[in-house]
Design a protein around this ligand. Structure first.
Ligand code: ZN
Ligand code: ZN
Length: 119
């Protein structure tokens, strides 16, 4: 049995596709309906805004605590949740595995991912 809710989703998706198809026609200059042009223009402006916002959000993306995996403020010294010393962790010495590029503690002898010997 198809549920009404599912149909509604399909219909909404259909409209969305129709809108994108229409938008394409407008971009190609195949449509001269002013109302449609105006609507598409609004969407394009929102898309631009979204692009900028996403970029900004990425830039302020938070760091995860290596100990408890909770979000921590960037540049904070300790984790608010578990008290892990993040600054020390950031400044720790690391070596990179030649084989798989995995980052390892500075005193590691073997890579924890591929098992190869680290010099
Ligand atoms: Zn933590
Ligand atoms: Zn490795």
């Amino acid at each position: 049995m198809v549920k009404a809710e599912d149909l509604q989703v399909s219909i909404a998706e259909g409209y969305l596709k129709l809108g994108m198809y229409f938008d394409n026609l407008i971009r190609k200059g195949n449509v001269e309906d002013e109302k449609a042009l105006e609507m598409c223009q609004k969407i394009h402006e929102l898309e631009k805004e979204l692009f900028v916002l996403k970029k900004q959000e990425k830039e302020v993306a938070k760091e995860l605590c290596p100990s408890c995996s909770k979000e921590v403020e960037q540049l904070s010294k300790f984790c608010n949740s578990c008290g892990f010393n993040i600054e020390e962790y950031r400044n720790r010495e690391t070596v990179t595995c030649d084989l798989c590029n995995n980052e390892l503690e500075g005193n590691s002898k073997f890579c924890s991912v591929c098992g190869s010997k680290v010099a």
